[in-house]
Design a protein around this ligand. Structure first.
Ligand code: ADP
Ligand code: ZN
Length: 725
């Protein structure tokens, strides 16, 4: 009799053995359906010697029900899943889940019904139907998705089908994708670019794990250069994965890709429609040939998909902290991407103008091959950076833009050039209080101030998403019209610009305003057509954009990022300011950058002003070495939470009380986490600082494994944390 060991999608059960019925073939990695009590569960056939399961006698084994008609997950991917679960102390099933698309995708080919407007325009419409007609222009999707899009009930739409306003379309679920043409619009590369591209292309052809750090200044043509490697992979019939740090950047990327290769790449991210997701997943599994997936661009979740033949991985803006996932499986997609490339025997390119210190260190150690593009393409100069000392140039009361920066903006307006003001803070003001009694508006579920958003006329918590209307009166003292906004957010800066330059056309760019591909495309088109004079934005505007007439960048508060004082504060400030500075002077006209600060003497600000990147990296490296911080030592956090404060505290103390006493590992805490209340849960934290020599994960597992906690307590481990709240 044949036994099969399944990794099942239920963290409590983990691994179960089943019987393979007569005449059925189950390959390793096959995705199968098996019975569990009266229910059915999904599982992946795994090497029995790699997973421990309960010892069940053969006579008691139940047979699996079905092998799903999709290719088995390859050994390379199974090893990646194991590695990730092991490294990040996460359940295997939680990691494996990221490899699967939807249940529909696993079910094989077929057709589905989607709906679209017929174009019939009746004279009289109910308000709901009229709203749906407006919202659904050019859309085609399932009734459920259309209902969501139009914010009406499915019933309304079904009624519209009956009335002939919507029509059903039969769609082939696996419609092939048009192939990319590697020669479509190949640029002539500069000599530096050519050399870099040749190295990448050789590595693609060699089918060898080769990690590259593509370290090129902003505007040096990193994208054009790695596109050559993409072209080589396409020619070889291999698949390419391009990871971007956030969906907001995809729009720009899609456009450039299409210009270069003639067709758009396949997208993978959380806001895909169900049918798009299904089609993309099936194309990814199929491989690059015959209408399969050649190039996939996605957010970090694209990393674990079952590519048939991955020949190249690119991580763009590789320094970005958003590659680190802070919920569920707390993994760093940049780091796991390197491991995936190793298992797949493929090159990987980490591209950045401001690489993470960890990446620099690996390049220095010879583990990564560093490829530099030291100059901007086409002879454009890097911008001139100046410091604006806010202690000397004090802005007027209630203003945040100092006079020298106003003067520079004025000059740009007169010359018909564009300015960009950067402040990494959404909303109008970070804190709102009552003038009468001093009451501060705080989130009722989190240890956080509510942020006023004038744009939506709401007070919002940036941690849990809780929103409430701005009240007319103070909830404490009932005084009317007494609320004062404290400090600036981008909305307030945009207001200030409008007051100072009433004639200027101002665009406000934050995740609140740029929440759809259409909104982003519209902004880019306006900026390119010079229909915008001043852009005010958060970190969303720091990356990817190329506006030749943008010649001035003002950083409103360079000290903001340094306040939190976490491990990477200086590095993040450096990266953000350098990135946003990189938006200036990308065309023929030179750019200028003004950095407003109260701490011009801080090493990171001084390094930015001097344009001395090496000085910054050297100083930061030494500081990290002294502190035993990454990459020289390691951190891990254990976060304990419960809706009941005492329960969370006691559980955290129980963990602290059994902390191992080891020479190469220091345990700090437990203490209330800086964000001690989040989404209604009280949080306590232990921090572990370990030498590189320590077997951190093994120790943590041995430590936490035997402990039992009350049901309401959640304990999670964050290995190599980025967030220290
Ligand atoms: P980076 O990603 O390094 O900031 P980009 O790849 O965005 O740089 O290039 C900056 C600009 O220069 C883009 O508009 C790009 O199209 C252009 N560019 C770069 N290299 C070339 C080239 N070899 N030929 C034509 N245009 C180029
Ligand atoms: Zn909250």
């Amino acid at each position: 009799m044949l036994r099969v060991r399944l990794l099942v999608f239920n963290a409590a059960l983990g691994v179960l053995d089943y019987r393979v019925p007569e005449g059925v073939q189950v390959e390793l990695g096959a995705i199968v359906i098996a019975p569990l009590g009266p229910r059915q569960i999904l599982g992946i056939a795994w090497e029995p010697e790699r997973l421990e399961a309960q010892d069940v006698p053969e006579s008691k084994l139940r047979p699996i029900l079905e092998v799903l008609p999709v290719p088995p997950l390859k050994a390379e991917l199974r090893r990646l899943i194991e590695w990730t679960a092991d490294y990040y102390c996460a359940p295997l099933s939680a990691v494996a889940r990221m490899a699967l698309g939807s249940m529909a995708a696993l079910r094989g080919g077929g057709t589905t019904t989607e709906y679209r407007l017929t174009g019939v325009e009746p004279k009289r419409l109910t308000p709901q139907r009229a709203a749906a007609m407006d919202a659904l222009h050019g859309e085609q999707a399932s009734i459920r998705e259309l209902a969501e899009l139009a914010s009406v009930s499915e019933g309304v739409l079904r009624g519209m089908v009956g009335a002939g306003l919507l029509e059903a379309i039969t769609v082939d679920l696996d419609k092939p994708y048009p192939p990319a043409n590697p020669q479509h619009n190949a640029p002539t590369l500069s000599e530096d670019q050519r050399k870099a591209a040749d190295r990448f292309v050789d590595a693609v052809k060699a089918n060898q794990f080769t990690p590259f750090l593509l370290d090129g200044v902003t505007g040096s043509g990193k994208t054009e250069t790695y596109f050559e490697a993409v072209a080589a992979a396409i020619e070889d019939g291999k698949q390419v994965l391009v990871l971007l740090p956030e969906i907001a950047l995809t729009e720009n990327f899609l456009r450039r890709f299409e210009e270069r290769f003639g067709v758009a790449p396949i997208q993978w991210h959380s806001s895909l429609k169900a049918s798009e997701r299904r089609r993309a997943w099936r194309a990814i599994v199929k491989g690059a040939a015959n209408g399969g997936a050649q190039v996939i661009v996605g957010a970090r979740s694209a990393l674990f998909l079952p590519y048939a033949h991955l020949g190249l991985i690119i991580v763009d803006e590789a320094h970005e902290v958003s590659f680190k996932q802070d919920e569920g499986v707390r993994y760093n997609a940049r780091d796991v991407a390197v491991i995936r490339a190793r298992y797949e025997k493929a090159p990987i390119i980490l591209a950045s103008a401001t690489p993470a210190l960890e990446s620099m260190q690996l390049a220095e150690a010879g583990i990564y091959t560093k490829i530099e593009l030291p100059a901007r393409f086409g002879g454009a100069q890097l911008p001139d950076i100046q410091i604006l000392d806010l202690r000397k140039d004090v802005p007027d009361k209630g203003r945040w833009i100092a006079k020298p920066l106003v003067a520079q903006m004025q000059a740009r307006l007169e010359r018909g050039e564009q300015s960009l003001l950067f402040l990494n803070r959404r909303g109008y003001a970070p804190l709102t209080l009552c003038r009468n009694c001093g009451h501060r508006f705080q989130c009722s579920h989190c240890t956080a101030w509510l942020v006023e958003h004038r744009f939506s006329q709401r007070l919002a918590c940036h941690h849990c998403g809780h929103e409430e209307p701005v009240p007319d009166a103070c909830p404490e003292c009932s005084a009317k019209d007494c609320l004062v906004a404290c400090g600036p957010g981008v909305e307030r800066i945009a207001d200030e610009v409008a007051e100072i330059f009433p004639e200027a056309r101002v665009a406000l760019i934050t995740s609140d305003t740029m929440n759809s591909p259409e909104a982003i495309a519209e902004f880019v088109a306006k900026a390119e057509n010079k229909a915008i004079d001043v852009i005010v934005g958060t970190q969303l505007v720091t990356k990817g954009y190329h506006f030749p007439d943008l010649t001035l960048v003002g950083v409103i508060d360079a000290d903001l990022g340094l306040e939190g004082g976490d491990l990477r504060a200086a590095e993040r400030t450096y990266q953000q300011v350098a990135q946003v500075a990189g938006r200036a002077g990308r065309g023929e006209k030179p750019g200028e950058v003004l950095i407003q600060t109260r701490h011009p003497e801080a090493p990171v600000i001084a390094a930015l002003a001097a344009g001395d990147r090496d000085a910054f990296y050297d100083a930061e490296t030494e500081a990290r070495r002294d502190a035993g911080a990454p990459p020289f030592g390691r951190w891990a956090a254990i976060i304990v939470s419960s809706e009941d404060m005492a329960e969370a505290r006691d559980a955290a103390r129980a963990i602290g009380g059994t902390a191992p006493d080891l020479p190469d590992m220091l345990v700090l805490g437990p203490a209330p986490a800086p964000l001690s209340l989040l989404r209604g849960r009280h949080r306590f934290r232990l921090l572990i600082n370990a030498r590189r020599s320590a077997q951190l994960q093994k120790i943590v597992r041995a430590w936490l494994g035997p402990l039992d906690f009350p049901k309401g307590v959640r304990v999670h481990v964050d290995v190599d944390p980025y967030s220290f709240v």
